[in-house]
Design a protein around this ligand. Structure first.
Ligand SMILES: O=CCCC(=O)O
Length: 456
């Protein structure tokens, strides 16, 4: 896939970039390795200063960086600005908390002493997606740089200017060359890089297909990997839920970022007692939204990330309709230039249909009416994915009981799923393994070294 900026608002090519040659990649790995040999011993306080600088630059340059996001992948401008803020808070969070997270962990033993010390391991290769082009990178870069590792990032080919901007921000913040490296590479080259002994860990956020080939390359070379893959998150609404709150969260949870988040509330599952009322309100909130330029502040429906993405959604929706599902709202491309697709609600989705099984990475809510809580849980778990999900009920004990029966890595009670620096993020089943963010995120790529002191 060519490395280029194509504005999805009009599908016009803006700028394209050359893939790095094998020599350039070698030179960059050598630089990263050389820098790692120094960085691994730099005190955590110093590392923390670098990340605070990165955060402060992000905040100062928010407007300009948000425009870059919107230009390259079409996110509504206010949401792009919110992403830059969130990203800055991830850097600040690790800058402020890593020292505590990295403290020695004493082990109670019968004799003598023992503790676990977290030590850095080397260069981590991160393969990152376009949907949150700054924030997805921050979630891997911040904890690892604080842990004393260095990072090389192969970003999605449709956000090259964001990819370059992140590297430039690190430089501006005072990072020595090699602490953070952008790699312009095509996907097939990743397996080759994985063979390099200087790369010691690999992290990917992306599709199942990309995850499986990265895991294969990592496994073949005996390297640890973290995978954050797709999801088809259930959003369960029980009869005792606050209906308006649930509807509001469903709209934001499913249609924020034009539905292009791994943790979007893709399957809305409502018990029959309140299902019709819910659907009516849900539809009402999604009707008559202003479609247009994502750079304009009053636009409510912008383009998807690319023409290819819009075509894929169209195909999935058409197949689902052909198989018997009903369209309550939307259901087709918007007749204008650019990668637009109508906000869509589908009902009467049955096993065997595309929307029942596949992840739909766009503005399409699959709505299910179920008899009761038991049926809601069974439907939620009838998925190969296991990323996130939500439960809405005013009875918190009941909601926790339901949450504990859902096979995902995260469940949010009375709110839609979303990432935060202080909460672990990741999935189970075919949604991947390992965790980003929080204290758990810094533990993925460190050597948890036992140090044992004998008293004999
Ligand atoms: O697409 C996955 C990340 C979503 C989020 O950060 O909330």
């Amino acid at each position: 896939m060519a490395i280029q900026t194509i504005n999805p608002y009009n599908n016009k090519e803006v700028k394209s970039f050359e893939e790095f040659s094998a020599e350039t990649v070698e030179q960059k790995i050598a630089q990263a390795d050389q820098t790692y040999q120094v960085w691994k011993s730099v005190p955590v306080k110093e590392r923390s200063k670098l990340l605070m600088n990165v955060a402060s630059i992000l905040r100062k340059r928010k407007e300009e960086l948000a425009k870059l996001i919107t230009l390259e992948m079409g996110k509504l401008i206010a949401q792009s600005e919110a992403e830059i803020d969130m990203c800055a808070s991830v850097y600040e969070y690790y800058a402020q908390n890593a020292a505590t997270f990295l403290e020695d962990k004493p082990i109670e033993v019968k004799d003598g002493k023992a503790f676990v010390r977290y030590t850095p391991i080397g260069i981590i290769l991160a393969v990152e997606p376009w949907n949150y082009p700054f924030n997805q990178v921050a979630r891997v870069a911040a904890p690892n740089i604080m842990a004393g590792n260095v990072i090389m990032v192969k970003h999605a080919s449709n956000v090259p200017q964001c990819a370059q901007a992140i590297e430039e921000i690190f430089r501006q913040a005072g990072a020595k060359e090699g602490i953070y490296t952008n790699l312009f590479l095509s996907n097939p080259k990743i397996a080759k890089i994985a063979e390099d002994p200087r790369i010691v860990g690999m992290s990917l956020t992306g599709s199942e297909k990309a995850g499986s080939s990265l895991a294969e390359a990592a496994g073949k070379n005996l390297k640890k990997s973290v995978l954050e893959l797709g999801g088809s998150d259930p959003f369960i609404v029980l009869e005792d839920a606050d209906l308006d709150k649930a509807v509001q969260n469903a709209v934001k949870g499913r249609f924020g970022n034009m539905g292009q988040a791994c943790t979007s509330s893709k399957r809305i599952i409502v018990v029959e007692e309140i299902a019709d009322k819910f659907l009516e309100k849900f539809k009402e909130k999604l009707t008559g939204l202003k479609i247009g330029d994502p750079m304009e502040r009053d636009t409510q429906v912008g383009p998807l990330s690319s023409e290819e993405a819009a075509k894929k959604i169209e195909e999935q929706v058409n197949e689902t309709i052909k198989a018997g599902a009903k369209v309550v709202l939307g259901g087709k491309r918007i007749a204008r230039e650019g990668a637009f697709f109508e906000p869509t609600i589908l009902t009467d989705i049955k096993p065997g249909m595309v929307a029942y099984h596949e992840e739909i990475f766009g503005p399409v809510a699959s709505f299910y009416k179920v008899k009761d809580e038991k049926e809601a849980i069974a439907l939620a778990n009838d998925s190969t994915f296991g990323l996130g999900g939500s439960v809405f009920s005013q009875n918190i004990d009941r909601a926790i009981e339901v949450a504990s029966q859902i096979e995902t890595g995260m469940i949010f009670i009375n709110e839609h799923a979303a990432s935060r620096p202080d909460l672990p993020f990741g999935g189970t089943k075919r949604s991947g393994y390992g965790r980003e963010l929080s204290e758990l995120g810094i533990e993925e790529f460190v050597n948890k070294k036992l140090i044992r002191i004998s008293d004999r």
